[in-house]
Design a protein around this ligand. Structure first.
Ligand code: HEM
Length: 405
């Protein structure tokens, strides 16, 4: 229990955090990795370089500080992060390490302004915030381990099939090496792959959505190869998976996690909108609805550059042919000549409010979307534009959470 005095200090430092929050977390990561280089095995180096992770952490610390006397308010945010932490295997004994380096970074950035009183108050507050995470994560670890076919930590899976789905997306079918059962999951959830890439000093962890329905004897992930470009370096793990991992190889993964999941209790029509490789959780949702709720209307809308970049097109069109509850719409930003000749898409350009208005159900519906951030902004805005209430809008970021405003 924090004292009124401590709460007062924490609350009064919120404006300071607003100004220095990102500088503090950037400094924090420099210190953390210099004091604990082994943590480079766990953190995504690209997210660090792009500053995405420091910003995500700063936003949460800021939200927690503002609500320090009513932390139950931030439980939904904590849960989302705790899924990620659980999926990465973050442990309770790592929290004090993070706390120590965070306090050192606050002191370092704020200098004399960070008085002993302030540092002491933050040490206490961090302890309280950390405990909320530790408790939520402990429950998640137990649930993952105790589920039928579940496990704790990493488990080895054999790549039994590798299937090219488009010019850049390839699916990997994963079957446990121990031959035992695998746990179910909620459509929309992901697993963490731990990649031991030859020649690399550290392991690399990445999350990939499960791209098929639960209840099958395998998990499927579908990975976009991120090639090197002038504006950003390629994806070290995606290139490794595409170029170096073959059928018969083993990948270590954690049990399914994630809070972006399809509500199967809701019988209303559902609209699944994806951009590029953001289609992976949507395919899992679609396949699950077809199997478990065949009466529920599904509108599957996918945006891709053109048919060459469009993964799983044939499989989804087959589903729509054989299931009258499923309709599909394709939106291509750069259709090829052949796409035009074959009229293999419904809209050219980007998804807009006007177009959506004409193709989505006009009564109550649930909306789920996932894709690159500019695409998500556009979809979010369009849904607001056509009057969809925020409570019916669900979305997932790939990578650290950002803002769609
Ligand atoms: C991810 C906050 C403690 C390791 C995240 C994210 C946030 C966050 C906001 C981004 C989640 C997302 O992807 O949307 C916090 C807070 C903590 C805390 C507020 C303390 C109260 C820890 C600890 C560790 C850790 C103790 C382990 C040393 C990670 C890793 C990621 C992550 C590895 C994945 C991000 C990446 O690799 O880019 N955390 N975290 N966190 N956290 Fe924490």
């Amino acid at each position: 229990m924090l004292s009124e005095h401590t709460i007062g200090i924490i609350k009064s430092t919120v404006p300071v955090l607003e100004v220095h929050g990102v500088a503090i977390t950037k400094r924090f990561y420099q210190m953390l990795f210099s004091n604990h280089p082994e943590l480079l095995n766990v953190f995504n180096h690209i997210n660090q370089k792009q500053g995405k992770q420091p910003t995500a952490l700063a936003n949460v610390v800021y939200a927690a500080a503002a609500n320090i006397d009513q932390l139950e308010k931030i439980i939904p945010v904590v849960k989302q992060i705790a899924h990620k932490h659980r999926s990465l295997g973050i442990t309770a004994d790592q929290y004090p390490i993070v706390g120590k380096n965070l306090l050192a970074a606050i002191k370092d950035v704020l200098g004399d302004a960070a008085t002993d009183d302030i540092i002491q108050a933050w040490a206490e507050a961090y302890g309280v915030i950390a405990q909320v995470f530790i408790d939520v994560e402990a429950e998640m670890y137990e649930a993952a381990e105790n589920a039928e076919g579940g496990w704790r930590g990493f488990r080895s899976f054999v790549v039994t099939r590798k299937v090219q789905e488009s010019d850049a997306i390839t699916s990997f079918y994963l079957v446990p090496e121990d031959g035992k059962a695998i746990s179910g999951f909620l459509p929309g959830q992901y697993v963490t792959v731990k990649a031991n890439i030859p020649g690399q000093s550290y392991t690399h962890m990445r999350q990939y959505s499960l791209s098929d329905k639960p209840g099958l004897p395998y998990y499927r992930i579908s990975v976009k190869r991120e090639d090197d470009s002038e504006v950003k370096p390629g994806g070290i793990v995606s290139q490794y998976l595409h170029h170096q991992v073959s059928e018969g190889d083993v990948l270590d993964i954690t049990a399914p996690a994630g809070g972006f999941t399809l509500n199967l209790e809701d019988a209303r029509p559902v609209v699944l909108i994806s951009g590029g490789v953001g289609l992976t959780p949507m395919i899992s949702m679609l396949n699950t609805i077809v199997e478990q709720a065949p009466e529920r209307k599904v509108s599957f809308i996918h945006a891709a550059r053109n048919s060459r970049a469009h993964a799983m097109k044939q499989a989804v069109e087959e589903l729509a042919k054989t299931n009258s509850n499923v309709t599909v719409q394709w939106c291509y930003s750069q259709p090829t000549e052949e796409d035009r000749l074959q009229q293999s898409f419904d809209k050219e350009g980007y998804i807009t409010a006007d177009w959506l208005k004409g193709i989505v159900p006009n009564k109550d519906a649930a909306y789920y979307f996932c894709g690159p951030i500019p695409f998500m902004r556009q979809v979010h805005q369009s849904l607001h534009g056509i009057g969809v209430p925020q409570a019916d809008i669900h979305y997932e970021f790939f990578g650290p959470k950002g803002s769609l405003d």
